[in-house]
Design a protein around this ligand. Structure first.
Ligand SMILES: CC(C)(COP(=O)(O)OP(=O)(O)OC[C@H]1O[C@@H](n2cnc3c(N)ncnc32)[C@H](O)[C@@H]1OP(=O)(O)O)[C@@H](O)C(=O)NCCC(=O)NCCS
Length: 255
């Protein structure tokens, strides 16, 4: 239960953060333990818990968006009424009810941590449409689009568009050659100056790749560490995937 003092402290903490990091965190329900990058925008009515990292320039719209646990990249767009990384109950136990591990019901003296699947790992430049659910244990590749109303139960390839329940690939954003070039380019790691310079051709993927794509190596900018690692094919490995919760001090263990 959050006290008024806790809410006030959150308000003060985020207003200082907003001034120093150029963010706009409007919700007092964003944990002070969450790692929020530069220029992020989190609207009123969004709940963000402790073990969450959000990369630079990503934004989250409310109301009713909940990010329970996740490593999320830069330049992501997350719509309203989205749930990411909700905790699971154990359907293989005798009962799924929390009285087995929650002190609230009086059967155990102290809350016990229960095993959870790893937190979702979401790449850079991912758009998550409204009313979607991203379950635990999944990885969403860079540049992917999650259509409105999807439930993501499996990994999503970079630059693919998935839709439905469970979410299935409906198409890719670009042909394979373009996808590969963009993944190689990793424009999301560029500094602000280079992005500003590239701005006029960001609405034209062919023009953008013609100018920056053929063997030109961009200067890597200093953006915040978003906890994501990618190999040359753009396959994501969450540095915080397995055992991510541990890094932030939670007692929740991966299954
Ligand atoms: C995913 C999305 C971007 C695709 O847009 P698009 O490229 O114009 O796709 P199309 O309308 O051509 O649809 C392609 C196919 O996918 C299906 N499809 C599209 N969106 C779908 C969805 N949300 N759920 C299920 N199927 C969907 C279409 O029915 C179509 O199927 P068909 O080929 O059998 O007819 C769009 O449908 C969407 O979900 N946008 C999210 C909007 C949103 O949440 N905005 C929040 C503001 S941040």
């Amino acid at each position: 239960m959050r006290t008024t003092i806790d809410r006030l402290m959150s308000g003060v903490y985020w207003s200082i953060h907003n001034r120093t990091k150029g963010t706009f965190v409007a919700s007092s329900h964003v944990s002070r333990k969450a790692s929020i990058g530069r220029h992020c925008w989190i609207r009123q009515g969004v709940e963000v818990h402790d073990n969450v990292s959000l990369g630079d320039y990503s934004y989250v719209i409310g109301p009713d968006t909940l990010i329970d646990e996740a490593a999320i990249g830069k330049f992501c767009s997350i719509a309203r009424n989205v749930i990411i990384g909700p905790v699971g109950h154990h359907h293989e136990w005798v009962s799924t009810h929390p009285f087995i591990y929650s002190a609230f019901y009086g059967f155990v003296e102290r809350d016990k941590p229960i095993p959870q699947k790893s937190a979702p790992v979401i790449g850079n430049d991912v758009w998550i449409g409204m009313n979607s659910v991203i379950l635990r244990g999944v990885e969403i590749g860079h540049g992917a689009v999650i259509a409105a109303g999807s439930v993501v139960t499996h990994n999503v390839e970079p630059y693919s568009i998935v839709a439905g329940v469970p979410a299935r690939q409906i198409k890719h954003r670009f042909p394979e050659e373009v996808r590969r070039a963009l993944l190689e380019l990793k424009w999301w790691d560029w500094g602000d100056d280079r992005l500003r310079e590239a701005l006029p051709c960001l609405c034209d993927v062919d023009g953008f790749l013609a100018r920056y794509g053929r063997g030109t190596r961009p200067t890597v900018g200093q953006g915040a560490d978003n906890g994501l690692l990618a190999d040359e094919q753009g396959t994501l490995r969450g540095r915080f995937g397995e055992g991510y919760a541990d890094r932030k001090g939670s007692k929740v263990q991966p299954v």
